[in-house]
Write a protein that binds this ligand. Structure first.
Ligand code: C2O
Length: 560
């Protein structure tokens, strides 16, 4: 009798355990290694994680603890950023080099130890030093807690779709050379869908492209990631509508579209129904850039949506993406995004503002004694006219350990000189240099207006904030008007995300609650603009007690 009860207990506990103990510890090993890879008919050695391009998908469930050991087996310094993961009180695992950590040096390793709290959906990871992220990136899939459904009909299947760039040249050499000369670097040679340019890529009809196999009548959740270095992208599938259900790991009010617009750093989940006649349908990704003077890679990456039972030699229904300057298409897509704002997933928009900032984002031109090719000047970029200078040691460490002289907390909350930002540039378009942070008390509510400038040319900037999601409460063209524009802010159901494209010649207004103590990078996710200095950081103070304070640094934190 007793034995029997024990048996019943074991069975009961065995069944209940996974339900009771939902969160788990998940271990991953990231070997950063070189790998010979062939694209566009030529072979090149690229930096990868575990030999893969794109890199491995990290799967997690909300509330999990991830332990990811990064082992650096290449000649470059490496860090990995978990783009969009909030890293509550835990900047040590955030990853931007010299902001939160010193890089992992060749032959060394570091364990990124973090929890996934209050987030579910698609995010991604990427190298966060120099331009290594061009090939060192992959998706993060965060499943909802066990027993919690999606707020939309559960798709039958799902697939990760990473959009990227392929460069024939060595991108580290490209950016190093550009920084020396002061001139703009080149553009990529092809776009990629899950690592492949497809037939339309770069003039080399390489063997096929990515194939998404579907069964008639089924629905598919596509987890789109834009991992490209320097280009916003259109994404389209011939003959199929896409229902957008989530961006940057936050659910949105579902809406149908035939084209997705996605900036570097952003993620977008769409549901597609295999509801068309069986056959093959082209999938395409191409550049959105509505500033004519900016050089772009205007190749179109292609893939195939392939219905089961379709012969592989049957024709593919073609699709055309919008032209690169399709401003209206991008604006319509951006305007369609709204927070779900349901009882279960409320939009907690800060109703009041403690710190109201206006930050210009744009380019500049500084004198350069060694830049003969650029007429002794160099292109730079700035936020509020400050070209951010990377320190030689990590800012978070300097902050926590009280090391002086690494940064100053005097980033200006307003443009130093007021002018018609999107009109004719001022006479002096040079910038100041500095490692300046903007300091915030714990739990301050913050409004940031990002204002594009027309210096050199007005241009879109996909701005990413680490450590937080923000609400996009307003946007417009021309100059932000602090008297009139806030009257039209959406404080009810604005989209919540971590990366937002400032419209060309316009502005966006963001709000967030500074409930995460630490040092949090904010920068343009066009890698070329980041290299030029379009970056700054927030320093958020500790609150009361350990529950509102930065956790102690891990023992294996890399040294500079
Ligand atoms: Cu996705 Cu600071 O980067």
């Amino acid at each position: 009798m007793e034995k029997c009860w024990i048996r019943v207990w074991i069975v009961l506990v065995g069944c209940l355990l996974p339900v009771l103990v939902q969160s788990r510890v998940r271990h991953y090993q990231f070997n950063v290694v070189m790998k010979n890879t062939t694209r566009l008919c030529s072979t090149k050695s690229i930096v990868t994680v575990n030999g893969k391009f794109p890199g491995p998908t990290v799967y997690a469930r909300e509330d999990d603890n991830l332990l990811i050991r990064v082992i650096n087996r290449v000649k470059y310094n490496v860090t990995i950023h978990w783009h969009g993961i909030r890293q509550l009180r835990n900047g040590w695992a955030d990853g931007p080099a010299y902001i939160t950590q010193c890089p992992v040096q060749p032959g060394h390793s570091y364990v990124y130890n973090f929890n996934v709290t209050g987030q579910r959906g698609t995010l991604w990871w990427h190298a966060h030093i120099s331009w290594l992220r061009v090939t060192v990136h992959g998706a993060i899939v965060i499943l909802p807690k066990l027993g919690v459904a999606y707020p939309f009909p559960k798709p039958d299947r799902e697939a990760v779709v990473v959009l990227g760039e392929w460069w024939k040249a060595d991108t580290e050499a490209v950016i190093n050379q550009a920084m020396k000369s002061g001139l703009a670097p080149n553009v990529s040679d092809a776009h990629t869908i899950n690592g492949h340019p497809g037939g339309g890529g770069g003039g080399c009809a390489a063997a096929g492209g990515y194939q998404l196999s579907v069964a008639p009548g089924k629905t598919y959740l596509l987890r789109l990631v834009n991992a490209a270095l320097n280009e916003e992208l259109f994404f389209k599938i011939a003959g199929h509508k896409l229902t957008v259900v989530e961006v940057d790991a936050v659910y949105v009010k579902p809406f149908k579209t035939d084209v997705v617009v996605i900036a570097p750093g952003q993620t977008t989940n769409v549901v597609v129904a295999a509801d068309q006649a069986a056959g093959k349908y082209m999938v395409a990704a191409s550049t959105f850039m509505d500033t004519p003077v900016v050089a772009i890679d205007n190749t179109t990456a292609t893939a195939t949506l392939h219905y089961s039972g379709t012969l592989s030699n049957s024709p593919t229904a073609p699709v055309t993406t919008p032209p690169p300057n399709a401003t209206a298409v991008a604006a319509k897509f951006a305007n369609s995004l709204r927070s779900l704002n349901s009882p279960k997933y409320p939009a907690k928009v800060p109703a009041t503002v403690d710190h109201s900032l206006v930050i210009t984002v744009g380019l500049g031109v500084n004198p350069c004694r060694t830049c003969a090719a650029g007429n002794f000047s160099r292109v730079v970029a700035a936020m509020n006219n400050i070209t951010f200078v990377m320190p030689a040691t990590a800012i978070l460490q300097a902050h926590v350990l009280g090391i002086n002289g690494v940064f100053t907390a005097d980033f200006p909350g307003n443009p130093p000189v007021a002018y018609n930002y999107t009109g004719k540039p001022p006479a002096n378009i040079s910038t100041r240099k500095g490692t300046k942070l903007y300091r915030l008390p714990y739990n301050a509510s913050v409004q940031v207006v990002l204002q594009d400038t027309g210096i050199i040319a007005p241009e879109t900037h996909p701005i990413h904030l680490h450590g937080f999601n923000f609400f996009v409460v307003g946007k417009g063209l021309g100059n932000f008007n602090p008297k009139i524009d806030p009257q039209n802010f959406n404080l009810i159901d604005p989209v919540e995300r971590n990366t937002i494209a400032v419209p060309t010649g316009g502005w966006v207004a963001l709000r967030f609650l500074a409930d995460n103590p630490g040092v949090w990078f904010m920068h343009c996710h066009f890698e070329v603009h980041t290299s030029w200095g379009l970056k700054m950081a927030f320093l958020v103070d500790n609150g009361n007690g350990p529950g509102e304070s930065i956790i102690p640094p891990p023992k294996d934190l890399p040294k500079c």
